[in-house]
Every structure is written in C-alpha cells, then in structure tokens.
Design a protein around this ligand. Structure first.
Ligand SMILES: [Zn+2]
Ligand SMILES: [Zn+2]
Length: 318
C-alpha cells in the first residue's frame, strides 16, 4: 500500500499557471502564502480539493469533494465522507467561503456512495452551525429520492432540534434537489455551471464545467475515457480528472480489470485525453494507485503527455 503522509492537513497553494508541481508555499503551512493575504477573496476563482479519495478508506484522502470558490461563494462538487470537516480545515486557514454555514450549493456527479456518503453531513452539520438557508443540490436522476430518504432517516434528529431548546433556524436543514440533464444547470453573477454526460456503468453520471470571468475548470467525476470530456476540456484552464495506474492495473485479478477498464480512466487514457484537449493544468484526483506512488502515477502520464500535470492531495488550492 502507499505510505501515508503523516498528518498533513495543511493547505498547499499551487498556482495553476506555473509549470511545476512545486507547492507555492511548501507543505508546512500558510505563512507568507496567498492564503494569509487578506486580499485572497478578490483573487477570482480558486479550486480547493476537499477530498481526493476513492472508496478505499485512506486516512489522508477524504471522500471525493472539490470546492470551487469565488469570493465569498462556494460551489461543491460531490460530498464524500469527511466533507464538512475538510471544509472547516480550509476555512481555518483563510478560505472564509468554506465556513460550514456558507455551504449552500452542491453539484453531484453521480450517486455512488464514495461521492455521497457525506451528503447527510452536508445537509445537517452546517445547519447546526448556523446555516439559515436550504442546501441547493443539483444531480442526476435519483438525487431527489436520496434527499428525501436522508431527511426521513434523520427525522428524529430534526424533530428534536426544532422542538427543543436549540436556537436553530427552521429552514437550514432543508435540501432542495434539482435533477439535471446535460447543459447549463446553474448560473449566477460569478459562475456558469454546465453538466456533460460521462460514462460510468449504469449510473447516470455527469462531469461539470465551471466558467468564471478569469478561469474555466472542468471536473470529470468518475468516468471511463470519453469524448465528452475531451470536448469539455478544450480551452479550459484546469482539468481535475480521476485516474488509475496503468501499470498496477495489470496486476489486478481479471474481474477487477474488467470492472475498472469499463468504469474508470487509466493514466494512459488520461494522457491521451490531455494530449488531445490540452488543458492548462491537469490535476489528478480520485487516484486508484494500488500501491503506486504519486511520482509513479505522474511518470505514467508524462510518458505520453508533455503538459502540466500534478497529483492532487486533500486541501490543495489551485
Ligand atoms: Zn468514485
Ligand atoms: Zn463512481
């Protein structure tokens, strides 16, 4: 297994435009980095990797969740286990938009448990921490039913908090589910969010493209290699893409090779996607490494792709 970095829960800030994986401020903290800069909020769109994990319960990788942050607004993509605590860790070092009570928008790529096990957390924890508005949730068919079932499962908690002594807002626990189709699914003064279909077995699954005046970000979600990603990525600044190790894949039992080759994207495939679409930066997340180191994963891609690519870690900021 991959050795886990010991206790690294600080942010490392990495400028997307510098052709290097060298962290902007080192891995030891934020002193002197942009995050310590009071003008951070005015710096345009930023990506915060809240969780880069998979169904494997790696201590240093929370379940998949990416936060797009623009000023004081946040837009979360997926909510794997640990999402609210990772958001709080980011807030603690200066990203105020990720204060729990400000987590009001969620975009789900698909309904696999590794991407949604934090959904009750995201509905309920920020409510206890002063969120006054409902969570607005955009996701595939099934999102409405999942939302209703979570609220039903926690009905005793909700009833008790509303009827007891807690000074708590009545509407803050609600979640408004919007089941989406491909195309523009959300728009406000800061961002436009477009969903595009990806290939992930029988589950309806989407990738998302965020457009802000200064940057365009594409998030793959879970997917086998597909032309829709290539199309979405052309002209974008940052592609955040899931990946598995092509070399370690060869060591898997045949049944798992069959599964992963139909459901996910190898380093080899991703190198081809990147070479065709040429994003400004590729960030690996949801890494299925099966014991390969991050350097090995990156080397597998750099073998076939000469653009900028980094391996994301929880709480990286780009
Ligand atoms: Zn997944
Ligand atoms: Zn999945």
């Amino acid at each position: 297994m991959t050795p886990f970095a010991k206790g690294r829960l600080t942010l490392r800030v990495i400028p997307a435009t510098i052709p290097s994986a060298t962290p902007y401020c080192g891995q030891s903290g934020l002193e002197g980095s942009v995050m310590g800069d009071a003008s951070y909020a005015s710096k345009g769109l930023r990506v915060v990797l809240l969780g880069t994990g998979t169904p494997n319960a790696e201590p240093d990788r929370s379940g998949p969740s990416v936060a797009i942050v623009v000023g004081d607004a946040s837009y979360l993509v997926d909510c794997g286990p640990g999402v609210v605590r990772r958001a709080t860790a980011a807030q603690a070092v200066g990203i105020e938009a990720l204060e729990p009570k400000k987590l009001t928008r969620l975009f789900l790529t698909h309904l696999h448990s590794d991407h949604t096990a934090g959904y009750p957390d995201l509905i309920l924890t920020p409510w206890v921490l002063d969120r006054e508005e409902p969570l607005e949730v955009y996701g595939p068919t099934g999102t409405q039913a999942m939302t209703e079932h979570i609220l039903a499962a926690y009905s005793e908690d909700i009833r008790d908090r509303l009827s007891g002594l807690e000074p708590i807002e009545a509407g803050g626990y609600l979640a408004q589910a919007h089941e989406i189709k491909s195309g523009v699914v959300y728009e406000d003064d800061q961002v436009t969010v477009e969903a595009f279909p990806v290939v992930h077995g029988s589950l309806p699954s989407f990738g998302y493209k965020f457009r802000a005046p200064d940057r365009i970000i594409v998030i793959s979600g879970d997917t086998a290699p597909t032309e829709t990603v290539v199309k979405a990525v052309r002209g974008c600044d940052v592609l955040i893409h899931e990946v598995y190790s092509s070399s370690r894949f060869e060591l898997l039992p045949p049944a798992w090779r069959r599964y992963h080759s139909k459901m996910h994207t190898s380093t080899r495939d991703l190198a081809e996607i990147a070479a065709e679409a040429r994003p400004g930066l590729v960030i690996l997340y949801h890494q299925l490494s099966w014991g390969a180191t991050e350097e090995e994963l990156l080397a597998e891609i750099r073998d076939r792709y000469d653009g900028h690519v980094v391996s994301g870690q929880d709480l990286d900021v780009y």
